[in-house]
Design a protein around this ligand. Structure first.
Ligand SMILES: Nc1ncnc2c1ncn2[C@@H]1O[C@H](COP(=O)(O)OP(=O)(O)OP(=O)(O)O)[C@@H](O)[C@H]1O
Ligand SMILES: [Mg+2]
Length: 192
């Protein structure tokens, strides 16, 4: 039983991509305040432009804009997953969100990592103001994009054929680390 929100006011950092796969792999609802492509790909996806309901077993994917309704939900979820890329604007917007929700459990998702330096920069800049904040990361990969396009979760795509298992092996390991965390128990994320 968990409520997970994927949030960042920065556009294009991978919120929808990761939200879809996580929701499908967890067999959770997917709820969004944005006209997301997931609405056509996942039967448990629903769009709420306002009055967003609070449900258990739900992944919330909030569009890259400020929305007071979304903020109300962010205040009530078990965990906020915050995709951040190595881009000044993305890092700054993440810092603002962390400050706004500093009483919540936040997991920073360093996304589209191309090299160790990318990851280090994001970590350093976030830890400068919020030391000890939990991190996970995912490399630059087509895994999430191709999964969403085909309507398969990352796990479904990975196991769909041997070639996919070869091509996506590293990215899938990173994805699986994140998924495992949620599968075990989001409550355990309090110990992040
Ligand atoms: N790890 C990754 N590696 C490479 N590309 C990625 C990765 N994660 C997401 N992307 C790509 O980045 C683009 C933006 O992703 P996505 O639409 O999920 O972002 P978003 O944060 O939901 O954007 P918006 O704020 O506009 O809703 C997509 O083309 C997606 O396939
Ligand atoms: Mg999106």
């Amino acid at each position: 039983m968990a409520k997970i929100a994927i949030a960042s006011t920065k556009g294009g950092v991978g919120k929808t991509s990761i939200a879809f796969s996580l929701a499908k792999d967890l067999d959770y609802r997917y709820i969004t305040n944005d006209m997301s492509i997931v609405l056509n790909k996942y039967k448990k996806a629903k769009y709420f432009p306002r009055n967003i309901p609070l449900y258990d077993d739900t992944v919330y994917d909030f569009g890259g804009f400020v929305d007071a309704h979304a903020d109300e939900i962010l205040n009530q979820v078990d965990l906020i997953l915050l995709p951040t890329i190595n881009d000044l604007n993305s890092i700054m917007k993440s810092q603002i969100l962390i400050k706004q929700f500093k009483h919540k459990t936040i997991l920073v998702f360093a996304n589209m990592i191309e090299n160790e330096r990318d990851y280090e920069v994001i970590k350093e800049e976030i830890h400068r103001y919020f030391p000890g904040l939990a991190f996970t990361h995912m490399r630059r990969t087509k895994l999430l994009k191709n999964a969403l396009e085909t309507g398969m979760s990352a796990t479904e795509l990975f196991y769909s054929n041997p070639q996919a298992q070869y091509v996506y092996r590293n990215a899938f390991e990173e994805y699986n680390r994140l998924l495992d965390l949620f599968k075990r128990d989001v409550g355990a994320s309090q110990n992040l």
